[in-house]
Design a protein around this ligand. Structure first.
Ligand code: 5GP
Ligand code: SF4
Ligand code: MG
Length: 456
């Protein structure tokens, strides 16, 4: 998902709209914006793309200088309208709106406990659990309630809470999901990715630290470290696939990280006996950076062998397999004159189910490619993610059942290589990563979600 927040900037709704637009790649199932005019909070949300719900008319209804917005990619809870964010909490103690990215792994336990104590939940999303946790605290200021509430949460979360006159941005203690802050005029903006800051003229940006809460009010910002049991475990998949190439996460530009992963793949090929190919082709859009890197390091020409139809959304993000398969067919086509008779070094960012690679290789061979060698800019995904990236079922992961040779055969490639975890870390120049979907070492407890690992 994508989260965007504004504190104390004129036309907060319009700013949030622009911010969310830059984050649309993070979720396309639903979107919403809540604003505060310092007295009351209003919220509009709907299914589909941002432009399906918002236009100049709807934005005009959202008045105020504070806002939180959300674009949704559902991994926990279905796509019912009750689960669409921001989630509004209205009570006699005050109102607030929450936008959340990530996945709370102990949401079920917390929810059951609260239901046994009389709480009623509207939807099935874990975000509502955060609202209830804040709400049920009887003592203390709102700030103290948030600090207490987050102590109960386990998993991946980066969220924004907006009240009538203040806002909070929170990151989990492992820093699994990204969230940054920037200055705009006399106010502030918060975003899942830094790519959204350019369009709103954000300056002096910084990442919120793991285990940190940033409080925004009219006195400025306050940094609150709510726990010192922190680690730096940024989701590796943010660099590999999820984020936009013009974003920087923890000081590392995403395009640069991908390009270095491509260079690493070529370096390994050179060491292991050379490269037998004519051209390098990346799968648009997320693999183009890695393909550029591979071409640079190998000396082979980088070519546009595949073209993407820009008017088809991210195939993976579509909830069902049937929608995804149709999506791939609509989305990519081979450039016949470029690939005909060529030995192709095809670079992709990851293999999840294997459907995309298999289809692309078929496309390239139908268009006359003589050989297709596949290099993947990440390790083989052998384990499900419980932190908000939709590879939740192990059954669907091709590398959970097959080794690289078998996957190579399934996708009908002439050869296939993945990066190993240490090679990826060397390429990205950081070890501060979650790599659980590649090695099964989860940085948090999994509660009953872990049962899934044993069953399958
Ligand atoms: P599959 O192997 O499942 O057919 O597709 C993998 C491709 O889907 C990757 O090349 C990647 O670009 C794209 N993709 C879309 N969403 C995601 C995601 O959430 N995680 C990963 N790893 N890849 C994704
Ligand atoms: Fe990211 Fe994989 Fe960790 Fe999930 S398990 S947070 S996809 S690195
Ligand atoms: Mg891809």
């Amino acid at each position: 998902c994508g989260v965007f927040g504004v504190f104390n900037v004129k036309d907060a709704a319009a700013l949030t709209y622009f911010g969310l637009h830059a984050l649309q790649h993070r979720g396309q199932e639903a979107s919403g914006i809540a604003t505060s005019n310092k007295k009351e909070i209003k919220c509009i949300k709907g299914k589909g793309l941002l432009t399906d719900t918002f236009n100049s008319q709807t934005l005009k209804q959202l008045k105020g200088v504070h806002a939180v917005g959300h674009v949704r990619y559902s991994t926990a809870g279905g796509n019912e309208i009750e689960n669409v964010q921001p989630i509004m909490v209205r009570s006699h103690k005050g109102h607030f709106a929450i936008s959340h990215n990530g996945n709370i792994v102990n949401a079920k336990e917390l929810k059951e406990e609260m239901e046994n104590n009389g709480s009623i939940f509207q939807g099935t999303s874990d975000t509502e659990v955060i609202g209830h946790l804040i709400q049920r605290e009887r003592e203390g200021t709102f700030e103290e309630k948030i600090i207490k509430a987050v102590q109960h949460l386990e998993g991946a979360f980066a969220f924004c809470v907006m009240r009538e006159n203040c806002m909070y941005a929170v990151r989990d203690k492992n820093g699994l999901r990204p969230m940054s802050v920037a200055k705009v005029d006399d106010g502030w903006v918060v975003s899942s990715e830094s790519c959204a800051f350019d369009i709103v003229n954000g300056k002096d940006e910084f990442d919120i630290e793991p285990g940190q809460i940033i409080k925004f009010d009219y006195d400025g910002i306050k940094k609150i470290q709510y726990t010192d049991k922190t680690q730096k475990k940024m989701c590796a998949m943010e660099y590999i696939y999820f984020s936009r190439p013009d974003s920087s996460i923890e000081g590392i530009n995403v395009h640069t990280a991908r390009r270095l992963s491509g260079r690493m793949l070529a370096k390994i090929d050179k060491e292991q006996g050379g490269i037998e190919a004519d051209i390098v082709v990346g799968v648009p859009d997320s693999s183009l950076s890695a393909a550029i890197g591979y071409a640079e390091e190998s000396g082979l020409p980088y070519e546009l062998g595949l073209i993407k139809n820009r008017y088809v959304g991210r195939t993976f993000i579509q909830p069902t397999q049937k929608q995804r398969e149709r999506g791939v067919r609509m989305k990519l086509s081979a450039v016949r004159d470029i690939v005909k008779g060529k030995r192709i070094m095809l670079i992709d960012d990851s293999i999840v189910r294997g459907t995309t690679s298999r289809r692309i290789i078929q496309l390239l061979k139908e268009a006359g490619a003589s050989e297709v060698h596949v290099r993947i800019g990440s390790p083989a995904i052998t384990h499900p993610c419980f932190y908000g990236v939709d590879t939740s079922s192990r059954k669907e992961l091709i590398s959970a059942k097959m080794d690289a040779n078998e996957v190579c055969e399934f996708i009908q490639a002439d050869s296939l290589k993945f990066l190993e975890i240490p090679e990826m870390m060397e390429a990205f120049e950081t070890e501060d990563l979650c790599v659980a979907c590649f090695n099964g070492k989860y940085p948090t407890d999994l509660y009953d979600l872990g049962e899934q690992l044993e069953e399958e």
